[in-house]
Design a binder for this molecule. Sequence first.
Ligand code: PLP
Length: 396
Amino acid sequence: MSAKRNCIDIQAVEEQHTCGTYTKQPLVIVRGEGAILYAEDGDEYLDCSSGHGVANLGHAHPKVAAAIAKQASTLLTLFESFPNDQRAELMLKLTALMPGMDRVFFCNSGTESVEASFKFARISTGRTGFVAAMRGFHGRTMGALSATWNKAYREPFLPLVPDFSHVPYNNLESLDKAVSDKTAAVILEVIQGEGGVFPAAEEYLKEVQRICKERGALLIIDEVQTGFCRTGKMFACQHFGITPDLLCVAKSLGGGIPIGAVLIGPAVQNLVPGLHGSTFGGNPLSCAAANAALEVMEEEGLAKQAAEKGAYLMEKLRAIQSPLIREVRGMGLMVGIELKQKVTPYVKALQENHIIALNAGLTVIRLLPPLVISYKQLDQLAAAINEVLTSEISGE
Ligand SMILES: *Cc1c(COP(=O)(O)O)cnc(C)c1O
């Protein structure tokens, strides 16, 4: 492949025309296959970001690609007022995954699924209060941002939606104090992703659910990052035996195609025609991609693969002898390596070693590889991390 595609300098064009809200990496990616991303010069990179947890099935999965191609020449767009075969099939598949949650709202992203859950919680309860967690991340639109904790994301946009409060995660006493008869809902992640890969404590979510029920508040679980096999089960809340009132999903649902959804339980009331909607929500193309993706998850046993590969990877990472490491934690293939210092130079060094990793907060290296990553690639990943965390790195 030529360095300059169609005679343009891709990197320079993006630098010139970006809106400015992204840090651009010095790496042009033009193709992907499985856990590998290919740069324009043909160089291979092991993708341990999955586009922030989207590519659970790996890049360019042939079954998803075929479903998209077929649906593209059948029917791309259809407003949700008109029933459609692909959408109906996806409704059946999704509701079968969470027994007791029989209704679905479709949208196009994670933040939209969170927005919808907030509107539904307010309408259902007639209340306006929300309780979220410190270090939580729920998206960037104004409602979801009101639940997001990171001040760098929130403060430039104040004032946000009123009546949001934040409590320390995994602390029942604080939550107990914060939930009142004015609380519409509590929103939590099962594992805080952006916040640093912090899993919920064993009894925490169950107790949160009990407190919500007791006070007439709804429980919203945000599985936008943890959903669809990432943590070793279809949904991470299934590790804890809970069924929330509203379950937000997106990222990997469509095998890479944008789609979001809210699964809705029986306690959510008063959802009537005209109350909420989305032009693209539930379009046949996204639904066909999601149907294929869910079939792949089943056929390839991706939940089991994530559980086994995650355990393998974490054992290797825990064996690394580096004074920089504070803790290795995670569930399935959602793994965080907390360092005693800022991770930016190490994430950069990994990229120089052809491994694309993420940070979570300032001090955690976050690994979200495609669940189809091979054991050989996991060995390569662990070796690269060992190397960057045990050798001198400049630019600290
Ligand atoms: C990524 C993410 C979101 C936002 O999803 P977008 O599709 O980027 O809007 C919301 N919640 C969690 C937990 C996420 O990880």
